[in-house]
Design a protein around this ligand. Sequence first.
Ligand SMILES: [Zn+2]
Length: 525
Amino acid sequence: MLRMQKSKYAFVLLIVLLAGLALMPERGHPVMAAPNAASLPATPQPGAGPVSVFIWFDTEDYILPQSDDALRRVAEFLTRNGIRGTFKMVAEKSRVLERRGRKDVLASLVPHEIGYHTDTHSQHPTLAEFEEPLDWKDGIEEFTRRERAGFDDLHRIHGQIPTCYGQPGGSWAPQILAALRQWGVNVYIDEAPDIGLDGKPFWYAGMLNIFNTTYGFKLRPNDDFSNLADVKALFQKVYTETASQTGGGIISVHFHPCEFVHREFWDGVNFAHGSDPPPSDWKLPRVKTPEESEKAFGFFEGFVLHMKSFPVQFVTASQGMKLYPDLARNRTFSKTEIAEIARLVRSDVSFQVHGDYALSPSEVLSLLNKYAAAFIGNKSSGAVSLDATPYGPSRAAVQLTRQFEVPWYNFSRTILDVSDALAKSGQVPYPVWVGSTPVPPECYLAALARVSTILVESGKAPATVAVGPAKLTTTQYVAKDSPDLWDWPIYHPGFQGTHILELARLQTWTLKPAILRSATHSATQ
Ligand SMILES: [Zn+2]
């Protein structure tokens, strides 16, 4: 019955899609090629998936007073157009607005959503500078010690608990995500190359990341804001591409309110290359002429109105959680699902996608270990639930180069030991002890998956278990270390976040794609 309904639906969907494709611009010949593409009216595409647009602002310049007015102008423009933006505020910027008596600017932000963009942004040590020497746990605590007061200031000043976070410049580190999660912040929205999953939203360290998106840096003004026509045309192409994906997708667009009035960033003229002068020595950045400024605002307003002419919905960071709910969390997995999850584990350990949910490697480990531990305790009901995403290990384990075999007695003790470690630390353990041999957790997971398959299929424990080499392949989604990755001009000379990237790779135990609700909704209706 269900099968018949599904195939009937698939046929109707095919017809709708074919009709839609016939009306769409041919792929590879986007409308952007037309000379007046920017002025083309947007028409809803039959069969097109919904497209959601995030407009967010890094609101950070607390030195140049004109940037206050720029902030008010963009906020009020969006309000007049019925669009809610996400304003990631530097806490010092909000405090400065208070000190300057700019109640009007603060009032202009009320209809919008507030995110956090650090306490002072570029004063030293910046986030990556202080995180680099620290390990996983110290890094989490240090971020909270230095940054929590700024977060609380935003709550006090704006009357909203910030819903999201994004880092200053290139100042990224994975410990920050774990700290934010403790504070109840679930969404990381930014553009940077440190980690990315094919240009689409993903889960990492338990946070939803709208991060490193395919077009994030391309839907932007150039230096003199003269490329509006090009950006409008590119948006048309990106819209068509996004709408043609199953279930649609998202487009992330960002600005800095200060960029409409300045010629150079406020922090570059004061804090570049490790410089950390007292406030009395802070210099104002050079400003645009009134004409240049109008041109910049014209870009912003023209681009927003262009996006609005498409059948898109504008969303804020917190709405990202509704678009991309994590349906694995708090889900109960049947014995059949556990068997399938175990079957998909390879010696190349990665995340898994199952219809409406995805599992990170650490979630796969947690589920299979729970199933096997319940078997050992004779408490197996055949179903296990996922209540959290365990973090990756704090440091890299020894490598395993050769396969070895242990009796079930030893492996069953390891299963219980890993259960205890996951429950007490919330992290994938390193190393995992199998008898007297320390092994990397990925090698243990590959062996555990084979054991789980035997337990599900035969209901009996194997006499012996083989443990062999395996590799965590999700590490490939972290950027390669290079001087270019750490070229934010604010860093002190010679700064290199090598240790940050090591920790980032270990935390790819938590990496998995974010599944768009509308995609699974339309696929299962
Ligand atoms: Zn910034």
